[in-house]
Design a protein around this ligand. Structure first.
Ligand code: CUA
Length: 360
């Protein structure tokens, strides 16, 4: 449609321009295509789910109030100036005398305004510094340690633990225990990405060749949607990360399940046939922690795929139909994605889906 708008504007035909604007408004107001309707989780910086987002919200509220005050004062002063400006006519005498009491009063007002503006700027700076300190001082005793890699366009998460058996990998979905901080070290192997979970914290970049660290703590259980906040290519907007803040016991259950091995399907079953399809078609890019599947890292680790709420980095709900569509033709759903279209006979596809559904 954009060619149509451009042509209409170039032609300068008023009717076409009006029609183009109406279409644009309708398109803007219309619901997003169905594949983009998976707005799972809140993504809202003014509804803090943790102390850090609350600090940032406080700074935002203060900044907004101060700027609003300045805006109203400046606008009011402009209106008064226009309203009360002396108006001359052709016969008005030139005003060449020394400034009178009125000018002195106005000069004082300008001086006070300058002092107020400087004090306002200094208070914003102080607010920034105090907020930065408060964010950095998040207590991190007994913190969870997570390594997060940004890829074009998905998130790889590795949960660390002193015990090897307690370590596991997942993708596009972080679980955090409520009230316990997580120290997340971040890397990128391709381009700059940026982690932003507005309900929990501000943004921090993932930079190739560097390690950055962010601390997150969710104080309220809930689903929070994170988003890559640095333009990183064609599917930048479809690079979401779901953060699930669980009560500690629920988190412990989830983490324990994530450390388990994927189940071996019973011999001769459709699920076992699906596993064979997986090994031939998917295992070059995706890992599953049970032999004979390998530890490929090109795509997300699928050991516990069925436990996740979304696929394709938060783009689609993790339901059989969406998963089937994604396997068969990912590039048409998410153009530019590395995952190729996979041609499968209907029976093979059903078997593969049956296998993937066992990966809880
Ligand atoms: Cu990754 Cu934008």
């Amino acid at each position: 449609m954009s060619d149509y708008y451009a042509a209409a504007i170039i032609r300068g035909n008023a009717r076409h321009v009006a029609l183009a604007i109406a279409c644009l408004l309708l398109e803007t107001a219309a619901p997003l295509p169905s594949h983009a309707q998976t707005a799972i989780g809140a993504q809202n910086a003014v509804h803090p789910g943790g102390i850090q987002a609350a600090h940032i919200l406080q700074l935002w509220n203060g900044t907004l109030a101060l700027c609003l005050l300045v805006f109203v004062a400046v606008l009011g002063a402009c209106l008064i100036a226009v309203w009360r400006a002396p108006r001359g006519t052709g016969t008005t005498e030139p005003d060449v005398g020394a400034p009178g009491a009125r000018e002195q009063r106005l000069l004082r007002a300008v001086r006070w305004s300058a002092i107020f503006a400087a004090a306002g700027l200094i208070s914003l700076l102080a607010g920034n510094i105090f907020t930065g300190r408060a964010l950095a001082e998040l207590p991190a005793e007994n913190a969870l340690r997570i390594e997060l890699h940004g890829h074009s366009w998905w998130w790889e998460a590795r949960y660390h633990d002193p015990l090897t058996a307690q370590r596991f990998a997942t993708a596009n979905e972080l679980h955090l225990p409520v009230g316990r901080a997580a120290i997340i070290t971040m890397h990128s192997d391709d381009v700059i990405h940026s982690l932003w979970v507005p309900n929990l914290h501000g943004k921090l970049d993932l930079i190739p060749g560097r390690t950055t660290e962010i601390r997150l703590r969710a104080d309220h259980a809930g689903l929070y949607r994170g988003q890559c906040a640095e333009f990183c290519g064609l599917q930048h907007t479809m690079m979401a990360l779901l953060v699930v803040a669980d009560p500690p016991t629920e988190y412990a259950r989830w983490a324990e399940r994530q450390t388990r091995q994927a189940p071996q399907p019973p011999g001769g079953s459709i699920v076992q046939h699906g596993q064979q399809i997986f090994l031939h078609q998917c295992a070059q890019c995706h890992a599953i922690n049970t032999p004979p599947a390998g530890a490929a890292t090109i795509g997300p680790d699928l050991t516990h795929l069925a436990s996740r709420q979304t696929i394709a980095a938060g783009m689609l709900p993790n339901k059989r139909g969406y998963l089937a569509g994604w396997i068969v033709d990912a590039p048409s759903i998410k153009p530019g994605v590395q995952m190729p279209a996979i041609k499968l006979a209907p029976d093979d596809l059903q078997a593969l889906l049956a296998y993937l559904e066992t990966l809880l």
